[in-house]
Design a protein around this ligand. Structure first.
Ligand code: F3S
Length: 282
């Protein structure tokens, strides 16, 4: 018999799963077409699944044109306070599915900017999460992607990080802030979801004959998982869904133990489909 083993942590992180589940639940409750401000997740299968459930992604400009009482969901990345107020003032029914870890950063930034601290965010200035966080301190944050700053840093500083940042980037940022600032607060707000997912893929790939990594071909976190697994298991394959499984080829290889992992935008049902296809065909 073939042993199919799923990595301890794989696929959606807590915050994304929560947002997707919540949105499906809210749609059932109102039983009409509802909206999300931007796609909940960058995965075509998921977008299609949501549309089949009467859940559609729209832009802020489109949201402005909605009638009163329409339901709009804020995704896990969160948004600025201004955006929430703008939607609420329009009379829309705003459901906030921001990941609690991200809300926590927004609250910190808000609190300390009010107390006179200059906010520094380590992260990608164009990423919606960072744009949203900056919106909780009047868009005045200094944003750095690597711990370097173009201008001299002010004194009183409060540093936070985008949740998906790398630990070494955080350390660089803290040391450059420490060099120039006498008074600073630092909150390491990096979320461990990515690291934990990578670690469990690493462990599992050491023990299996074949390792299958599920996720979008252009998803960077999936590609990273693929690289990590390839180092331990020479028969590592990257697929988007069960249709891309090459069963004949797998049969030719030693396949007593097959490991599975999945990138951050892969829902449970795709992981399940892959598992079922393997079970039914091997
Ligand atoms: Fe996911 Fe929330 Fe962490 S959205 S990556 S659990 S910050």
């Amino acid at each position: 018999a073939v042993d199919i083993i799923l990595a301890e942590s794989a696929g959606f992180c807590f915050g994304v799963k929560r947002a997707v589940d919540e949105t499906l639940k809210i749609q059932k409750k109102y039983n009409k077409r509802i909206y999300t401000l931007g796609p909940l997740i960058h995965n075509n299968d998921v977008v299609k699944h949501l549309e089949e459930n009467n859940i559609f992604s729209i832009s802020l400009e489109e949201a402005d044109k909605l009638a009163e009482d329409e339901v709009i969901v804020i995704r896990s990345h969160g948004v600025s306070k201004e955006v929430i107020d703008r939607l609420t003032d329009k009379g829309l029914n705003v459901i906030n599915a921001t990941c609690p870890y991200v809300s926590n950063i927004q609250k910190k930034v808000n609190k300390y900017s009010v107390e006179g601290y200059n906010i520094v965010i380590l992260g990608d200035k164009n990423h919606p999460e960072v744009v949203g966080i900056n919106g909780w301190c009047d868009n005045k944050a200094l944003i750095t992607s690597d711990g370097t700053f173009e201008t001299k840093l002010p004194n009183k500083i409060c540093v936070v990080s985008q949740t998906t940042e790398r630990q070494d980037n955080w350390q660089n940022t803290i040391s450059s802030v420490a060099k120039s600032s006498k008074e600073f607060l630092a909150f390491n707000t990096i979320c461990s979801a990515t690291e934990v997912r990578q670690k469990s893929a690493y462990e599992l790939s050491k023990e299996v004959d074949i390792m299958i990594v599920i996720g979008g071909k252009s998803s960077s976190n999936t590609t990273k998982l693929y690289q990590i697994c390839s180092e331990n298991c020479e028969n590592t394959f990257h697929i988007e869904n069960e249709k891309e499984l090459d069963i004949d080829m797998i049969k030719e290889l030693k396949h007593e133990r097959i490991g599975l992992t999945a990138g951050a935008s892969t829902p449970d049902w795709i992981i399940q489909n892959v598992t079922d296809t393997l079970k039914n065909n091997l």
